[in-house]
Design a binder for this molecule. Structure first.
Ligand code: ZN
Length: 216
């Protein structure tokens, strides 16, 4: 019997200078699973841990800016922490700051896909993104046809036709799904191998995957 086809993207939130260690694990996954597609959502200054400076953007460009067919780039927040210290999610609440952020990163080869930091977004920014043809990579629970696999949790028994394998660049701040340890790497490897055994995988970018998403 032919295997069921599923579209899959491995995403990685919160990439920044202090967690480049994760790259070696992603490179290993790439060697092991040809055709894999990984979307890095960045940049992030995770709760003040790691300055986001012009130097950061240059380094990101140096490390990730070269075209690699297994990487795509999505926009996250510069900061989960607010620039003024007024509130953790100030960034996603201010359209002005959001526009400044988008201006700051325009030379990087982003797919126009946005992952809201902390899954939070305002109606105002949502409208702005839709008007400017951005795709929102929201929480998969909001979609009828996207399954979500956190790399430190077990695989749901029934998967929908689109699958997000979700990770973070770092396991700091108690992110159990950070791909920066041998154990989390092996977990991810196990998940992908399981999907390979059971399904026919079509690797897609996060943008391609969410374009297929049907909101509840
Ligand atoms: Zn984040």
């Amino acid at each position: 019997m032919a295997k069921q086809k599923i579209c899959v993207n491995l995403d990685c939130d919160d990439f920044h200078m202090s967690n480049m260690k994760c790259l070696k694990y992603f490179e290993r996954l790439c060697e092991e699973f040809p055709g894999i597609n990984i979307t890095f959502f960045m940049p992030s200054n995770y709760h003040g841990n790691g300055e986001v400076t012009p130097g950061f953007m240059d380094s990101v460009k140096e490390y990730l800016g070269h075209p690699k067919n297994w990487i795509s780039y999505g926009l996250h927040g510069f900061l989960h922490l607010s620039p003024t210290g007024q509130g953790e999610h100030e960034l996603v609440l201010s359209l002005e700051y959001f526009k400044a952020m988008m201006n700051g990163i325009k030379y990087l080869p982003y797919d126009n896909v946005f992952r809201p930091p902390g899954w939070m977004i305002t109606h105002e920014i949502l409208k702005y993104l839709k008007d400017t043809d951005w795709v929102i990579a929201g929480h998969p629970n909001n979609y009828n046809n996207i399954s979500f696999i956190n790399i430190h949790e077990s695989i749901p028994e029934h998967l929908l036709e689109n699958v997000v394998i979700h990770s973070h660049a770092s396991s700091q701040r108690r992110n159990l799904n950070g791909i920066d340890t041998e154990a989390s790497y092996q977990n991810t490897q196990k998940i992908i191998q399981h999907l390979h055994d059971k399904y026919e995988i079509i690797w897609v970018t996060s943008k391609e995957l969410y374009l297929r998403g049907k909101l509840k």
